[in-house]
Design a protein around this ligand. Structure first.
Ligand code: GDP
Ligand code: GDP
Length: 464
């Protein structure tokens, strides 16, 4: 049997919306399980390649015990008893409440694997809620928008991680009962000592973006090559895109191929330029985004816009300076490109930039190496103890300036998320901390913890 997932959380966080999204709205209307144990809340669900049963708990809090925490506990316990995994929804848009913390306690004590989900993540200002969710002590939250269907690939990955691959991908075959799946997602108290949980076995999702004629199609074809093992089109990511899998030095790679991009080199047709929508879809799919620059005409306005988009979406960028075969004075040109990269793209300082020729194959191995390295950085987690030793040193040697005669105190820092790395710093009067000092802290984090080239987030909080 496939596994069972319970969607839990306080009222209005979006449980029903997510339930409908996973079940497929039509199915929710027409599909009722026949039989004696008929249960209107349990349905078959699909998420990318995962198949499971999902239990909706929406509305259950209206019955049962008479206090709200009591009703919530009853609701959650009923659902958990039937479930292998809990999807714990919080509302990133409206922020956390005391009820969320009550839920977190119940779930933490239950010992079930929990995936913390920050819903309504598409809403303006939701990022703050996403960071606050880390304080629940259930690990990193997966940002999703149940209403708009965003973040589902990351949700899928988080479920697989929480449940273990064997269990999650068992599909229709019998799941192994007994020992709980590893709950490294759910346990944050031990995070200090936890090893970086970077998973080498999962394919790295890559997208290739750039201006028209930068050489994207040529590069994709060159990377995939004739001799590489293709597992063919894969349904389910989006309607007009396919992904291609291959291995590079034993590492799985999954490349997002926007509608016909790969065919285009052969069939010169309508796709003269990629729409912004295509680029955005590719970027959202990807973990690492390769930005193809034409080495002879780099840093055009459109190039800079694409970089901004990637930084805003929090993806891991790698730059390919393509058409290197056409470059005359290579050494001088490369030095110039590096200088301009540093100056024009401060938001991804230290980004890896590789000269390549999609046409001749020059530099492609180096490009793949940088993709893997950047993916690693993007996933890096810095232990809280190290961060706070660092903060002590910063407070001693480069303290924040006094603002209107009063010192701002740096109190505590933790990494609330990875992919990309995001930090929460609590300090007195965060609103008064000068932007230049925040920039200094961000750069110092980047340098001292070796986080080059990926977007970094630093959120400021006043201690509560
Ligand atoms: P439940 O009580 O937890 O089952 O929550 P519902 O699924 O009924 O959703 C509560 C409200 O949040 C509804 O108005 C939904 O339309 C809204 N909602 C659900 N998901 C999202 C989302 O991803 N983004 C936004 N902005 N609103 C959402
Ligand atoms: P796309 O629009 O970004 O997909 O770009 P294409 O892959 O279609 O390439 C645009 C043009 O640049 C084509 O004429 C390619 O043959 C050419 N091109 C692509 N890569 C290279 C390269 O590395 N060197 C040279 N000299 N030409 C290239």
């Amino acid at each position: 049997m496939a596994f069972t997932v319970a969607i839990v959380g306080r009222p209005n966080v979006g449980k029903s919306t997510l339930f409908n999204r996973l079940v497929g709205r039509k199915l929710a209307l027409v599909h009722d399980e026949p039989g004696v144990t008929r249960d209107r809340r349990r349905h078959e669900a699909r998420l990318i390649d995962l198949k499971f049963d999902v239990i909706d708990t929406a509305g259950l809090e209206e019955g049962g015990a008479d206090t709200l925490p009591g009703r919530m506990r009853a609701q959650t316990e009923i659902a958990l008893a039937e479930a292998d995994l809990a999807l714990f929804l919080v509302d990133a848009k409206h922020g956390l409440t005391a009820d969320d913390r009550t839920f977190a306690d119940i779930l933490r004590r239950s010992g079930r694997p929990v995936v913390l989900v920050a819903n309504k993540a598409e809403a303006r200002g939701a990022e703050a809620g996403l960071y606050d969710a880390y304080a629940l002590g259930l690990g990193e939250a997966v940002p999703v928008s149940a209403e708009h269907g965003q973040g589902l690939i990351d949700l899928r990955d988080a479920i697989v991680e929480a449940l273990g691959e064997d269990r999650a991908l068992a599909g229709e075959t019998a799941g192994v009962e007994g020992e709980e799946a590893e709950t490294d997602v759910a346990i944050s108290e031990t995070e200090e000592d936890a090893p970086d949980s970077y998973d080498e076995t999962r394919p790295i999702r890559i997208a290739i973006v750039g201006r028209p004629n930068a050489g994207k199609s040529t590069l994709i074809n060159a990377l995939i090559g004739e001799d590489r093992l293709l597992t063919g089109p894969e349904a389910g990511i989006t309607r007009d895109s396919i992904s291609v899998d291959w291995q590079w030095r034993g590492r799985g790679v999954r490349l997002f191929d926007t509608a016909g991009m790969r065919r285009k080199a052969r069939v010169q047709e309508k796709l003269e330029k990629l729409s912004v929508g295509d680029a955005l879809r590719a970027i959202r799919f990807a973990e690492v985004v390769v930005i193809v620059f034409d080495a002879l005409v780099p840093f055009e306005k459109q190039d800079l816009q694409i970089v901004d988009l990637i930084a805003r979406e929090g993806r891991a960028p790698v730059i390919a300076f393509n058409k290197w075969d056409l470059v005359e004075d290579r050494q001088a040109h490369l030095a110039d490109l590096h200088e301009r990269t540093a100056r024009l793209l401060p938001q991804i300082r230290g980004v890896r930039a590789v000269p390549v020729s999609a046409e001749t194959g020059y530099g492609l191995d180096r490009l793949m190496e940088e993709i893997v390295a950047t993916h690693r950085v993007w996933n890096r987690r810095v232990p809280t103890a190290r961060l706070n030793r660092w903060l002590d040193a910063v407070a001693q040697h480069h303290p924040p300036p006094a603002v209107s005669g009063r010192r701002i105190k740096l109190k505590y820092i933790t990494q609330a998320k990875t992919r990309p790395p995001g930090f929460v710093l609590s300090c007195s009067r965060p609103e008064a901390l000068p932007a230049s000092y925040v920039r200094y802290l961000t750069n110092a984090l980047r340098d001292d913890f070796e986080l080059p080239g990926v977007p970094l987030r630093l959120m400021l909080r006043s201690p509560d």
